[in-house]
Design a protein around this ligand. Structure first.
Ligand code: ADP
Ligand code: MG
Length: 728
């Protein structure tokens, strides 16, 4: 507790910012250890939240039998034993007996053995006569009840004990080498006891209680309701900070000088009239949203997401045509060569009649320009604007001018070849990668082009509010009406012959099929070899039909040829690695067989499956997986989810849950501040609240000059510095 020697009372903010090593009572060596653990200041330690709580107001009774849920028990060590096995293996047992709250042994309760293998330090910590708090799952071993490798704490016979460590809901904090949860608990308790009033990181009216009280209750709650209420405030505070960070990051782009890149829409109209299908409602909505952005001088920074096959490409091309009509170039960047080429071919087919010049530019090959007559851009643009069909046709016929208006390529497009001098719109068609770097490279030019990012799969709301929180979002939540259904069946390897018979039957009726399998080996040589071996097998299976092999190591020209033959139905089966994952579109192919399916990620499987069901034929996806006994619970879960639903939004959520919170924000890559207490999956509603509030406050005052909250402003300044250093 603070002694009279302590300096005069300091403000709450200064107290929170105090380095632990400057506290008189803090053991210097421990302060150094904590610093290595990432805890430097008082606030760092006070926001080091418990990973769980033990209700030590009333311990569990010593169990007579196994339990699924861990128990938290307290008892006295009545004997210890060490045993050494052959070699270096070593076992330590501490047998404990239940005691009453004041330490009287309860002779009637069963004894429990706490057992450790090869953990030498435990032997030095535990001796007969000590009292222990033990947490773990009891297992029956013969006639004994054993808890293997329990978490435990030695109950010290001092006065502090009862008030801090026992007879309450007790926090258990994440610990590290040389620092025990017990030490952390004692230090945090001591800090909380002297914590002055501290300014809330939440704006006025949002917090349910003073910040200091929330911190106290988060570590040492009176009861579960108090914990719940405190947690709400702290999660909100954390989310609010994150959302401000996102607002600031967004402002970095939006406040750059941009310009409008939007034509009147005649070219767009001509294109849409030419399409063999009407746009879906969702597509219309997305085009309208993008159009609004293009027409505004504020730089567009928009995300377009939707399920596989929801028709993102048509939306992107519509946007590109608006920019072209306004006299700018538009570029589309695809994640792979194959995909870039496919887009190019489609675009060429659609754009040639409109007289739009299009070029393909990828890293590994020279620029290829569509067989397009060259003509006078300005006159052409004017003809488009005025809707003068005759003049437009005449100009196309005559030809003049040079630069392509639409450029399709891989991401290399950004870095290689002649710079696109007149770029008005960049569309980034990416897989799952978040393209932060590409976006940064684009938005560093002046004037900034408008940027549209497309993802291959839908993005759960949790992520559109965080990882993609600095983008405006358009969602394609509707599939084109003519889609055939995809039936998905997960079967173990013994059913492979049936699956093959089924596929052959469909091939005989004129359909085509994909066979996909994962390659785990990363070495180029081995990959090619494994792929080739696998392929031989399949070729024999489907002979005399034509079967071709596609994998990442095949040279681009050859790949093109292979894809071309499959598209034209000159080959009937495509055996492939995941290179077909992205965007490949062959409507006549209606069956996909995926081998070793459990090795793929859930979202990836859904993405793969999206290669079929593109035409009007009923489609099938057969997932061949390991025998049920060899499947992990996660693997089973994946297979069941895919069989149950083909809704990409549901699958994306399930995928996030399977991968767990650590993987979700991938903090380093995303540049977002790490979360200490909030759960992006579980606390979506709080995130929404925090987001709305942050946006409102930020819009009212981009500097966020909250005079009553200096601390807050300092944070924002730091945040911005961090953003700038990341972007450059
Ligand atoms: P994704 O969103 O997965 O990228 P694509 O843009 O590749 O989907 O579109 C998938 C297929 O659906 C393409 O063949 C495309 O031409 C077609 N398509 C797009 N929009 C529609 C629509 N409104 N009606 C019918 N088919 C459409
Ligand atoms: Mg696509």
């Amino acid at each position: 507790m603070p002694s009279s020697k302590n300096p005069p009372p300091i403000t709450g903010t200064a107290f929170l910012d105090t380095p632990l090593k400057n506290l008189e009572w803090f053991p210097p060596q421990r302060a150094r250890a904590l610093e290595r653990f990432g805890l430097r200041t008082v606030e760092d330690l006070l926001t080091h939240y418990p990973r769980r709580y033990e209700d030590r107001r009333e311990f569990d009774r010593f169990p007579h039998d196994e339990t699924e849920k861990p128990v938290c028990i307290c008892g006295q060590v009545i004997k210890t034993a060490s045993r050494r096995f052959k070699g270096w293996r070593f076992m330590f047992d501490a047998t404990i007996q239940e005691t009453s709250p004041d330490g009287e042994p309860n002779m009637l309760s069963p004894q429990i053995i706490c057992r450790w293998y090869n953990v030498h330090f435990v032997r030095k910590m535990i001796a007969t006569g000590m009292r222990l708090v033990v947490y773990g799952r009891p297992r029956r071993r013969g006639r004994q009840m054993v808890i293997e490798h329990p978490e435990f704490e030695v109950v010290e016979p001092d006065a502090e004990e009862a008030s801090i460590h026992l007879r309450r809901i007790t926090p258990v904090h994440p610990a590290t080498e040389g620092i025990t949860p017990r030490m952390l608990r004692a230090w945090i308790h001591r800090l909380l006891a002297v914590l002055p009033d501290v300014p809330s990181p939440l704006p006025a009216g949002m917090a349910g209680m003073p910040y200091a009280d929330a911190l106290r209750a988060a570590h040492f709650p009176e009861d579960w309701e108090a914990l719940h209420a405190a947690r709400r405030d702290l999660v909100l505070a954390e989310f609010f900070q994150m959302q401000l960070f996102i607002c600031a990051r967004r402002a970095e782009v939006v406040l750059q000088p941009g310009q409008a890149h939007c034509g009147a829409g005649r070219l767009l109209e001509a294109f849409q009239n030419e399409l063999p299908f009407p746009l879906t409602g969702a597509q219309h909505r997305a085009v309208a949203e993008i159009r609004g952005d293009l027409a505004s001088p504020r730089p567009m920074n928009r995300l377009l997401h939707g399920d596989v096959g929801s028709g993102k490409t048509v939306v992107a091309l519509s946007a590109m045509l608006l920019a072209v009509e306004a006299g700018f170039q538009a570029a589309l960047m695809a994640p792979t060569q194959i995909l870039a080429e496919q887009h190019y071919l489609n675009f060429k087919k659609w754009l040639e009649p409109l007289g739009v010049r299009i070029a393909l530019r990828t890293g590994s090959r020279k620029e290829e320009t569509g067989a397009m007559p060259l003509f006078d851009d300005q006159a052409w643009s004017a003809a488009v604007r005025e809707g003068d069909e005759a003049q437009r046709a005449e100009l196309i016929q005559k030809g003049a001018g040079s630069e392509p208006q639409i450029i399709v390529g891989t991401h290399a497009l950004l870095y290689e070849g002649a710079p696109l001098a007149n770029l008005g719109l960049a569309v980034i068609d990416e897989q799952h990668k978040f393209g932060v770097l590409q976006r940064a490279a684009l938005t560093k030019r002046t004037p900034v082009p408008d940027v549209l990012v497309m993802t291959a799969t839908p993005i759960p709301r949790t992520l559109t509010m965080t990882l993609f929180g600095d983008l405006d979002v358009s969602t394609l939540d509707e599939l084109p009406a003519n889609r055939g259904k995809i039936i998905t069946a997960a079967r173990d390897g013994t059913k492979l012959p049936d699956a093959i018979a089924f596929i052959k039957d469909h091939l005989a009726r004129g359909r085509q099929a994909y066979v996909v399998y994962p390659l785990i080996d990363e070495s180029a040589k081995l990959e090619a070899k494994a792929a080739a071996a696998e392929f031989e097998k399949w070729r024999e299976v489907f002979a005399p039909l034509r079967c071709e092999l596609l994998h990442g190591r095949i040279p681009p020209e050859e790949k093109d040829a292979i894809m071309g033959r499959f598209r034209r139905n000159e080959s009937q089966v495509l055996v492939a690695t995941t290179v077909i994952e992205v965007g490949i579109d062959v409507p006549n192919a209606n069956i996909m067989l995926i081998e070793n399916a459990e090795r793929f990620g859930l979202a990836q499987l859904h993405q793969l499956r999206g290669r079929v069901g593109r035409g009007t034929h009923k489609s099938y996806c057969i997932l061949i997986h390991a025998l049920a006994d060899d499947l992990t619970p996660e693997g089973k879960d994946k297979m069941a989810t895919l069989e149950a639903t083909s809704n990409g939004f549901e699958i994306a959520e399930a995928d996030l849950r399977l991968r767990g919170p650590g993987d979700i924000l991938g903090t380093d890559q995303s540049g977002l501040p790490p979360l200490k207490i909030g759960d992006v999956l579980g606390d979506t509603d709080l995130m929404q609240t925090a987001r709305e509030t942050a946006q409102r406050l930020f819009a009212a005052d981009p500097q966020l000059a909250l005079p009553e909250n200096q601390r807050f402003r300092k944070r924002l300044a730091e945040t911005r510095k961090m953003i700038l250093s990341r972007v450059s």
